[in-house]
Design a protein around this ligand. Structure first.
Ligand SMILES: [Zn+2]
Length: 292
């Protein structure tokens, strides 16, 4: 059995909702499922290493037959085996090919060499792109609102604010037209100079500040783009989200999909909630993006 030697060419970062490619490999999985690997695809897969944006929904058509894509995950191969969603290395590691694994319940009739057309559910994609764009914006606005709570120098975000989001985040989930981010404020964050004790008294004020910042960015109809580091379009190559905010361009490394402009949104708002668990503070940020 041969495995793909190069990354899947991915066109979802450009906003594509359909693609035509060639079947390179069909890997049998448990319970009769199979992973279908193509040379190129418009289908966004979930990355199990940081599963923020879920997989697209859609279909694969081969020889006039439609196959529902029940899930899609990042796969990796070193030439000896294909790891479907459980790669032992990080996406982008040298010497490995990173591929989109389109999971189907029954792959009978799909053979390597066949032409396969991918069609993505545009409504779900649009809602997830809105959620992902809003998530990045909210993280920047959160860093801004929490900036006065830092008493020491820490790494900063693309706007020069202490990067609370990066330092404290434990999980991020992109939802249709929203996101759910979880932060942990424990001993190490306090040691870095974060005034955790002041947080409870300032949550309301911070929420208002974040919403006001977000309203300003939405009103400015800021353009959004995905920028590639290199010339390649391989799954494992690094990409960045770029927003042309009124006060300057901001970039965040990102493998997901996004809107083209904040003109596509009517509003972005957040709700913050504090909790306590084993000596640490937990903060949940729920972000909601209202389409225009
Ligand atoms: Zn992202």
């Amino acid at each position: 059995m041969t495995f793909p030697a190069t990354d899947t060419v991915v066109t979802y970062p450009d906003g594509d909702l359909a693609s035509t490619g060639t079947v390179l490999h069909v890997e049998p999985l448990e319970e009769g499922r199979s992973a279908v690997v193509l040379d190129r695809t418009a289908f966004h897969p979930v990355d199990p290493v940081w599963p923020d944006q879920p997989a697209d929904a859609g279909t694969l058509a081969v020889d006039g037959r439609d196959y529902a894509i029940v899930d899609a995950v990042v796969g990796a191969t070193d030439g000896s085996a294909l790891y479907v969603g459980n790669a032992p290395v990080r996406t982008g590691t040298e010497g490995w090919a990173f591929v989109v694994c389109h999971l189907v319940d029954d792959a009978s009739g799909i053979e390597p060499g066949a032409t396969a057309t991918v069609t993505v559910d545009g409504e779900l994609r649009r809602a997830l792109s809105a959620g992902h764009t809003a998530c990045h914006l909210a993280s920047l606005a959160l860093n801004d609102a929490f900036a006065p709570l830092w008493t020491k120098d820490v790494p900063v975000d693309g706007r020069g604010r202490p990067n609370f989001d990066q330092l404290a985040i434990t999980s991020s989930r992109i939802l249709p037209e929203g996101s759910l981010d979880e932060y942990r404020i424990g001993k190490s964050l306090r040691k870095k100079g974060f005034a955790a004790a002041e947080l409870a008294g300032r949550i309301e004020e911070a929420t208002e500040a974040i919403d006001a910042t977000l309203a300003g960015w939405v009103a400015a109809a800021a353009p959004i783009a995905i920028v590639r580091d290199g010339d390649g379009h391989g799954l494992g190559e690094r990409r960045r989200w770029r927003a042309e905010l009124p006060e300057g361009v901001v970039e965040i490394p990102c493998g997901g999909t996004h809107l083209r402009s904040l003109a596509e949104l009517a509003s972005v708002t957040v709700a913050l909630e504090l909790s306590e668990a084993d000596g640490a503070l937990g903060l949940t940020m729920r972000t909601t993006a209202q389409p225009a």
